[in-house]
Design a protein around this ligand. Structure first.
Ligand code: ADP
Ligand code: C5P
Length: 248
């Protein structure tokens, strides 16, 4: 039995005014932004693999892309997938609100080939740590407000473009001409207008992305320390509830 459960039983058996339920333990939320193919997902997976004792869930902002209308699908080469308005941020916020309240949610899976949400949604359960990853995840102040730690993955643009060509032609059903055209038309301009300016909100900037083992180790150490303090703070706040129960 953990100490919070013991405190909960103690409060219930003493019938104090705060005895109904303990507040839900708040998860630690990390935001990971950066340009396309900067290595955001790879960095997140490295952090997750080093946080083996914690329950960690990765939530990709891509899951919250608005599906373009039939009209817009006909002119898909003109659609800007790198604009903050391309994402359903209200849905992301409501899912995070539920998760923070200890409720499970269902989030869409995204199909990059068809530019749509897949039929099969993904079930996400409450967890100790959530990592929100995406190109403009640091853009909206309400989403930033959910985060305990903000990270910007900073990789060289030529490296990112060459990775993007490789990835999109192999995994996302594009040809080199599509990738280069989209890059020049919307990916690069939107990076400069919406993504790069969010670097200023980051607590930590990781140069060279996933190649930077030292930065990733430091981030993992920081998260472990904060998670320890998190638990301690919760226990202290419940001890305070016991004292106020006795005083009443
Ligand atoms: P993002 O999530 O920022 O779009 P990913 O982590 O998915 O980027 O990486 C994009 C592509 O580049 C993937 O194919 C990935 O395997 C590759 N990649 C990422 N980081 C590195 C790295 N440090 N060295 C080599 N390839 C990498
Ligand atoms: O994984 P990454 O961060 O690169 O994913 C975001 C990128 O996916 C954006 O730069 C956007 O141009 C691209 N995208 C796309 N087609 C879609 C949705 C997103 O090319 N249907």
């Amino acid at each position: 039995m953990d100490s919070l459960t013991e405190l909960d039983s103690f409060l219930k058996s003493n019938g104090g005014p705060h005895s109904s339920t303990l507040p839900h333990k708040q998860p630690f939320v990390i935001g990971v932004a950066g340009g396309t193919a900067s290595g955001k997902t790879t960095v997140c997976n490295m952090i997750i693999s080093q946080l083996h004792d914690q329950r960690v869930v990765l939530v990709n902002q891509d899951s919250f892309y608005h599906p373009p209308s039939v009209e817009k699908l006909k002119k898909i080469h003109e659609y800007n997938f790198d604009h903050p308005n391309a994402f359903d941020t209200e849905l992301l916020l409501s899912c995070m609100e539920k998760l923070k309240n200890g409720e499970a949610v269902s989030i869409p899976n995204y199909d990059f080939k068809g530019h749509k949400r897949s039929e099969q949604a993904r079930q996400i359960n409450p967890s100790d740590v959530f990592i929100l990853e995406g190109i403009v995840i640091l853009h909206d102040p309400r989403v930033r407000g959910l985060m305990n730690l903000k990270i910007f993955v900073d990789s060289d643009s030529d490296v990112r473009l060459s990775r993007r060509i490789q990835r999109d032609t192999v995994e996302r059903g594009r040809n080199i001409e599509n990738v280069l055209d989209q890059y020049a038309r919307s990916v690069k301009p939107s990076f400069e207008e919406f993504i790069l300016p969010t670097k200023k909100y980051a607590d930590i900037i990781i140069p060279r992305g996933a190649d930077n083992d030292v930065a990733i180790d430091l981030i993992v150490q920081h998260i472990c320390t904060k998670l320890g303090q998190h638990d301690l703070c919760k226990i202290y706040s419940n001890v305070f509830v016991i004292f106020s129960t006795f005083q009443i």
